[in-house]
Design a protein around this ligand. Structure first.
Ligand code: RAM
Length: 348
């Protein structure tokens, strides 16, 4: 499914003509989906970006891509959000290929499977399209916009869980999202290492995967809670899993107070579970800022202001100046902990 809003159409709120083609729904503004407004449909490479989230329908990416669109508007870029509704390894490939064919200035992608999209991203780069990874990394990109450090996220979630379990510790499970996602696997691996190194009182009984899909995440949460008799806690490092684990607990009061859940969640999706006491704390960052920063990085690459080399600096609008770190990574900031004292302060 693809939504294209040129700068002009966004401003005029132009009614869209919807056509269905191949595996994608295309919503095209009545003006050329480029910055040139020539109406001839030829893309103006330097003035257009396509953002490809892991999937459409995930409110985390709705928030991040809202921020990306805001920055594109500030920069006068034509903005397209395009992506699959499923999270399979190759589901994003058609949207990369369309971005190449339409001569986009940059692709901004959160890859479900970093290896599966690499050849197509290399083809994009060979065609002169800049590639920005955001939220989760892939090898074939110019820069990676990371929400927070892997170590900081993993330590933060383990610290929340350890504080809950206390000195006696307990048995936990990890419920992650897509099994091939670079970000999620990095966080799972780092949490596992921290627990093995620093928390002999905590046992990880199982790691399960909900594929970033609501129904599967709910079923996996149910399976963990029903199959691990002495389960004390679940750590869910993706917004879908933590939401659905809390959802299952809300549906089964007999497990509330017995199984404790935390993870990375959206305040807008988790506030009901905080208010009802089903969960107490969770972590995240501002996904809108993540997308906003990614669009500014894309523009800096298109303009040649940066190449992605360590030490490159670029201005990111309201977020200020950022510096490219080792391996082309740009870090937005630290993870933030949400609880009953602040969860209502945020709308994303
Ligand atoms: C889900 C996705 C995303 C991750 C967040 C925390 O929305 O897996 O990649 O960053 O959770």
């Amino acid at each position: 499914m693809k939504f294209t809003f040129s700068k002009a159409s966004r401003k005029r709120g132009v009614a869209a003509v919807v056509t269905v083609a191949a595996s994608a729904m295309l919503l095209t503004g009545c003006v050329a989906p480029t910055g040139d407004d020539s109406g001839d449909g030829d893309a103006n490479a330097s003035g257009s970006i396509t953002v490809i989230p892991k999937s459409l329908g995930n409110k985390y990416f709705e928030a991040s891509d809202k921020g990306a669109a805001e920055a594109a508007d500030e920069l006068g870029l034509s903005f397209t959000e395009a992506g699959p509704t499923a999270t399979g390894s190759a589901d994003q490939v058609p949207f990369i290929q369309t971005a190449i064919q339409t001569g986009q200035g940059a692709i901004v992608i959160a890859a479900n499977d970093p290896a599966a999209v690499c050849n197509d991203l290399k083809a994009a780069q060979s065609a002169g399209v800049k590639v920005v990874a955001y939220d989760t990394d892939t090898d074939c990109r110019d820069v990676f916009i990371n929400q927070a450090t892997v170590e900081g996220i993993a330590q933060g979630l383990v610290d929340l869980t350890s504080a809950h379990l206390g000195a006696e510790g307990g048995t936990i499970a990890i419920l992650s999202g897509g099994a091939n996602a670079a970000n999620l696997n990095a966080w799972v691996d780092a949490m596992t290492a921290i627990i093995e190194e620093d928390h002999p009182e905590i046992t990880i009984a199982k790691v399960a995967y909900g594929d970033d899909i609501d129904e599967k995440a709910y079923q996996e949460a149910q399976g963990l809670i029903q199959s691990i008799p002495d389960l004390d806690a679940i750590i869910a490092p993706d917004t879908v899993s933590v939401k659905e684990a809390a959802h299952y607990l809300a549906d089964t009061p007999e497990y509330q107070g017995k199984v404790w859940v935390t993870g990375l969640g959206l305040p807008s999706e988790m506030v009901e579970y905080i208010d009802s006491g089903v969960i107490e704390q969770f972590g995240l960052w501002n996904p809108e800022d993540l997308g906003y920063l990614a669009s500014y990085a894309a523009q800096a690459l298109i303009n040649g202001d940066i190449t992605g080399a360590e030490g490159d600096t670029f201005e990111a609008g309201k977020l200020g100046e950022y510096t490219v770190g080792p391996d082309g990574e740009v870090v937005l900031g630290p993870m933030f902990v949400f609880d009953s004292s602040n969860v209502g302060d945020f709308s994303f």
